[in-house]
Design a protein. Sequence first.
Length: 428
Amino acid sequence: MATYRAPRGTRDLLPEERALFERLMGIGSELATRYGYRPFETPLFEQAAVFERGIGETTDVVEKELFRIAPRTEEAESWALRPEWTAGIVRAYVQHGMQTWPQPVKLAISGPIFRYDRPQAGRYRQFWQFDVEAIGDPGPAIDAEIVELGLRFYREAGVEGVEVLLNSIGDPACRPAYVETLTDYYRRHAAALPPVERNRLERNVLRLLDSKDPAMAELNEAAPRISDHLCGACNAHLESVQAHLTALDVPFRVEPAVVRGLDYYTRTAFEYYVAGREGQQQALGGGGRYDGLVQLLGGRPTPGIGFALGLDRVALVLAEQGSISAAEDGPVAVVVGADPDDTVIRLRIATQLRATGLRVRADLGRRKLGRQLQAAGKDGAHFAVILGDELNAGQVQVRDLLAGTQRVVALDDLARELARADASHRHG
Ligand code: AMP
């Protein structure tokens, strides 16, 4: 018999880690609401063309990492699992005529993302992101609002030492000349380029700057920098973003190597790192402005900006920094009994308590009462509700497993008593 495993590059989120993800997504959606971003959902898959056209055919994400769904013979459409959010969200913006809504349209979403990447530590083929997008505002103030929102997410999640790297990658007015300068530079060094990069040189030279190949490090370090080639408008935009960030007390560093991997970015690009871990694979999150994307996907020219923060990497960093707090999701009480055939009454009492909002487990096995009490203790339960002869008088024994005390409580008072005692224990 074969032993089955989760597919390479994917993992199961066991209850403890799932609880952490739940908490992170909760922080994200609460923050999003606080900042005026509304919850939203797109399908896990889209027409492949949304990504091919939106992200760019010569990007790693489309060229190598797209999880394509083989078309069924009777279907003409070719689909792919979403490898990022923005293209799908912009597709939805155009499809639903959101340009007629009050602008900017501010949306927030979190969930799994799929990339057929080479798996390694912190790099998975299915991973989770918290994403926000503000479509319809040319900035630069909103650029700073978004950068600050991301940083606040890390703070509230308890990640220490996160820094913001900021850059501008120009716009259609100034990027073409820079791309030409950059192409000339790499052509002069073509012999030193790994085959993949040499192949990309003529098609999408910006990609070389964020190459993951270590052989490129030195060459990229000495490459012409976009910051020396920005047009007046892009320069002014970048300066204004910086002024807004400074006013918001957001610490940041301008870093010309932040070019982002996707074609649609214009002007503002940013990434979040834990200080001292700026290696290629270690970005905690990133985002940028995409002023040409709405038009590219069939809408009216509309500016936009957003970020995606990787939750798996936040979980890794929290574990490294030793700051994962255990979730408080154990039962408040476990209902136990000496009679193995009294499961109807055990379950009924547990159900009544649950209906009042208490976390309650009913022990439905046939083991001895002592074992049931032991198990309740291991569960982290505060109380055991013990069913016995007192039931005839409408009463049960309640044992405080933490204090080691026990008393008789009327069934009518049980829910109130448990809730009160548990609350006073937690707050006292
Ligand atoms: P990107 O859009 O590639 O910049 O991704 C944004 C964030 O998502 C990154 O900074 C990472 O935190 C996370 N991320 C990207 N790719 C992966 C992956 N393969 N596995 C886990 N997290 C990822």
